[in-house]
Design a binder for this molecule. Structure first.
Ligand SMILES: Cc1cc2nc3c(=O)[nH]c(=O)nc-3n(C[C@H](O)[C@H](O)[C@H](O)COP(=O)(O)OP(=O)(O)OC[C@H]3O[C@@H](n4cnc5c(N)ncnc54)[C@H](O)[C@@H]3O)c2cc1C
Length: 368
C-alpha cells in the first residue's frame, strides 16, 4: 500500500482481512496531506453518480465500522442546504434536482421562505434544496480506527518511507523506498492521493491524467453566535459554510476554490481567504471581518471526476486507488470495500451498487 491518508488506511484495513499488508507513507505521520484538511462532511447527493452511490452505501457502513472497530460513532447528524441567490443559482439547483430525481438520498426542493427557515442567517435566498440525512464526520477518529483495525489484522505501517522506485520482477513488483528498504509483493496499491500519477510513473504505468486542485478553508469568528446551522452550499459552488462549534461562535467557510496545482503541500492564499469571507458575508450579513485560522488542501480528480480503482490490463498487480476528489472521506467505507473486492478479485459486496467496470482505469471518462 503506497500512501497513508484515508484512502490508503481504509483499503489497507479491508485488504488485511485477506492478505498480508504493508503500508508505506512518505511523511513522518499519516494523514498530513489532504485527509487532515477536509471540511469533514458526509453529504448524500454529492458528486458524480458513482460517488453518490458510494456515499449513500457508506451511511450504514460508518455505523457498522464503528462497532467493528470499537470506536465512538463517526457521524454527527447535520443536514445540507443548497441555496440559490440569483438566476444562475436557481438554474444550478434545478439541474441538480433533475439529475438526482428518484435517487435514494435525493435532496428536497425548497421555496424561498422554507430555505430561509432552514438557515435563518441567510439574506434573501431565492430557492433551496435540502438533504436532511447528512452528517459531520470525525475524520481523524475514522482514520485512526482504520489504522488500529489494520494493525489488529496483522498489517504493518512504515512512516518516513517514501517510495522511490517500483519495478515489475516476473509476476511480482519490487518497491524501494528513499531509505533503501526493499519489498516484493504480487500486488501494489497506489493510494498516493495527489501523487498517484507520479507513483504510477515510477512503475512505468501510464498516468490517469489526475489533476490536483487547491481548496481553501477558513475559520472566522462570528460577532453574534449563530447556534447550530446546516452545511450551507451556494448552488453554483461559490462558497460553503457551517458552524464550527456548537454555539456557532466560529464559522467554517470556503470560497469553494478550485485552483489547478502540482502535487505538494499548499498554503492558503490571502486572496482566496478574503474571497470566502466576502462571499459568505454578502450572503449572510453576519458581520464577519477576520479569520482565526486558514488552511488549504488538494482535491485530486481523474478525468470524469469519479474514483479510479484497479489495474490496467497491461500492468496486472499495480492497482490504482485514486481520484477521490472532494469525497474521499464521505465515500471511504464503501469505496474501500469495493477496492478490496477489485484487488482480490472477489465479488463486490451486495450493498455497493457500483461495478468494477465503472471505476476501472481507462474507462473512467466514459463511465461517468
Ligand atoms: C478543503 C478540502 C475540503 C474537503 N472536504 C471534504 C469533505 O467534506 N468530505 C469528504 O469526503 N472529502 C472532503 N475532501 C476531500 C478529501 O479530503 C480527500 O478526498 C481525501 O482526503 C483524499 O485522501 P487520500 O488518502 O487519497 O489523499 P492524502 O490524504 O493526500 O494521502 C495520500 C498520501 O500518500 C502519500 N504519498 C505520496 N507519495 C508517496 C510516495 N512516493 N511514497 C509513500 N507515500 C506517498 C502522501 O504523503 C499522503 O500522505 C476535502 C478536501 C479538501 C482539500
Amino acid at each position: 500500500m503506497i500512501g497513508g491518508g484515508i484512502a490508503g488506511a481504509s483499503i489497507a484495513y479491508e485488504l488485511a482481512a485477506h492478505r498480508r499488508v504493508v503500508l508505506l507513507e512518505a511523511e513522518s505521520a499519516l494523514a498530513t496531506h489532504t485527509t487532515g484538511r477536509s471540511a469533514a462532511t458526509w453529504i448524500p447527493g454529492h458528486g458524480t453518480a458513482v460517488f453518490r452511490a458510494l456515499i449513500t452505501a457508506s451511511g450504514p457502513r460508518f455505523a457498522a465500522l464503528a462497532d467493528e472497530l470499537g470506536a465512538a460513532p463517526f457521524l454527527t447528524t447535520r443536514g445540507t442546504l443548497w441555496a440559490a441567490f440569483d438566476d444562475e443559482g436557481e438554474a444550478a439547483l434545478e439541474a441538480m434536482l433533475r439529475e438526482q430525481a428518484g435517487e435514494p438520498d435525493a435532496p428536497l426542493a425548497l421555496g424561498a421562505a422554507e430555505t430561509g427557515r432552514a438557515c435563518p442567517v441567510l439574506r434573501a435566498p431565492r430557492a433551496g434544496a435540502i438533504a436532511e440525512g447528512g452528517a459531520d464526520v470525525d475524520v481523524m477518529g475514522l482514520h485512526q480506527a482504520f489504522v488500529r483495525g489494520l494493525r489488529r489484522r496483522g498489517g504493518e505501517i512504515r512512516t518516513n518511507a517514501r517510495v522511490a522506485a517500483v519495478e515489475p520482477v516476473g509476476e511480482l513488483w519490487r518497491v524501494r523506498t528513499t531509505g533503501g528498504e526493499e519489498l516484493t509483493a504480487p500486488d501494489v496499491v497506489d493510494a498516493a492521493g495527489a501523487w498517484a500519477d507520479v507513483v504510477a510513473g515510477l512503475a512505468g504505468v501510464p498516468a490517469l491524467g489526475l489533476q490536483p486542485y487547491r481548496r481553501t478553508i477558513a475559520i472566522a469568528p462570528v460577532p453574534e453566535p449563530t447556534g447550530p446551522l446546516p452545511m450551507v452550499c451556494e448552488a453554483t459552488e461559490r462558497f460553503y459554510f457551517k458552524n464550527e462549534d456548537p454555539a456557532g461562535a466560529m464559522l467554517l467557510l470556503s470560497p469553494a476554490d478550485e485552483t489547478p496545482s502540482e502535487p505538494g503541500d499548499p498554503r492558503p492564499e490571502e486572496l482566496d481567504v478574503a474571497l470566502g469571507l466576502e462571499r459568505v458575508e454578502e450572503a449572510t450579513g453576519l458581520g464577519l471581518r477576520s479569520v482565526r485560522t486558514a488552511w488549504a488542501g488538494l482535491r485530486t480528480f481523474a478525468p470524469g471526476r469519479g474514483p479510479v480503482v484497479g489495474a490496467r490490463p497491461e500492468h496486472p498487480g499495480f492497482h490504482f486507488f485514486a481520484g477521490q476528489g472532494g469525497s474521499g472521506v464521505e465515500s471511504s467505507p464503501a469505496l474501500a470495500a469495493l477496492g478490496a473486492a477489485i484487488v482480490t478479485g472477489t465479488p463486490v459486496p451486495a450493498d455497493i451498487p457500483v461495478t468494477p467496470g465503472q471505476v476501472a482505469p481507462g474507462q473512467v471518462s466514459a463511465s461517468h
